[in-house]
Design a protein around this ligand. Structure first.
Ligand SMILES: [Zn+2]
Length: 67
């Protein structure tokens, strides 16, 4: 009598399934631009700039003085 088992799942396949489930459940980390508000030392005007993640903040430029 030959006993037939179901299609065997190897440990690697089981692990791949588990990893896929975890990846589906875990939200990807989305990096959003950061709003950077700085105040002018001369006139007191606050200028806000959006800084992209991973990028350095641009040099401050007052929207009132630097025209
Ligand atoms: Zn200014």
């Amino acid at each position: 009598m030959a006993q037939r088992r179901g299609p065997p799942l190897s440990k690697a396949e089981l692990r791949a399934q588990a990893d896929a489930a975890i990846a589906a459940a875990t939200k990807p980390v989305t990096k959003l631009p950061t709003k950077l508000s700085r105040q002018c030392g001369k006139c007191g005007e606050i200028t806000a700039v959006m800084v992209e993640p991973g990028e350095a903040a641009p040099p401050f430029q007052c929207k009132r003085c630097d025209r």
